[in-house]
Design a protein around this ligand. Structure first.
Ligand code: ADP
Ligand code: ZN
Length: 217
């Protein structure tokens, strides 16, 4: 299965990718996670991408992002099992870059799932999101509260707010989404790859719709 999850920040791409990858046994490719990991590890590229771009809600330049994805999709696990892309492509040049990469590997994309989400739900989800500093598990102060306030259920780690989940940066990410990423909806519709689901629903409700458009149980 070779899938793209497309949608605004807060659509729940990460949560859907997690359950879909468990079901289809495919690698979960999140460019956001790749940038956060690189930053945590303190590499030059990781720090530069944070300080200049994603720390302010701006996109990392296409050539850097496409290069990262090319390296990742060329690895054996993706060649064999396919992939679920979460947060890539985010611009038309990235979509063109992906088409080239996939073509070079002798593959085709199966589907692009557009996770349509209302502005109200997006703001509510991102404002309340909390992430475990140790294991990366996601919580929400209201929708998915941990058993003990500020503590991860799974590993006991401290929960924090993602640095780009502050109000000002969220608004910037939404503007960037509208300008640069939203055009991909008609781009993939034109290629007959698009399927739309309503992502205002909780994870399970969206998952049921995704399986339905993929024609699997
Ligand atoms: P969200 O979908 O909630 O905005 P992500 O975890 O997907 O969050 O991405 C976090 C940040 O990483 C983005 O705001 C952007 O700055 C950077 N980023 C992630 N994916 C890409 C991409 N494909 N192209 C450019 N920048 C990206
Ligand atoms: Zn944890």
């Amino acid at each position: 299965m070779r899938l793209i999850l497309l949608g605004p920040p807060g659509a729940g791409k990460g949560s859907q990718a997690k359950v879909l990858c468990e079901k289809f046994k495919t690698p979960h490719i999140s460019t956001g996670d790749m940038f956060r990991d690189a930053y945590k590890k303190g590499s030059e590229l990781g720090r530069m991408a944070h300080d200049r771009y994603w720390g302010h809600g701006a996109l990392v330049p296409d050539d850097i992002t496409i290069g990262l994805v090319r390296d990742r999709l060329s690895q054996n696990d993706c060649r064999e099992a396919g992939f679920v892309l979460d947060g890539f492509p985010r611009t038309v040049p990235q979509a063109e870059g992906l088409e080239k990469i996939v073509g070079e590997l002798g593959q085709r994309l199966d589907r692009v799932i557009y996770m349509k989400t209302s502005q109200e739900v997006i703001l509510q989800r991102l404002g309340g999101r909390r992430v475990c500093k140790v294991c990366g598990a996601n919580y929400h102060t209201i929708n998915m509260a941990p058993r003990v306030d500020g503590v991860c259920d799974t590993c006991g780690g401290a929960l924090h707010q993602r640095p780009d989940d502050t109000e000002e940066t969220i608004l910037n990410r939404l503007r960037v989404y509208e300008a640069q990423t939203a055009p991909l909806v008609s781009y993939y519709n034109g290629k007959n790859l698009l399927a739309t689901v309503n992502s205002d629903t909780p994870v399970q409700g969206t998952y049921v719709q995704v399986l339905k458009v993929l024609g699997v149980q």
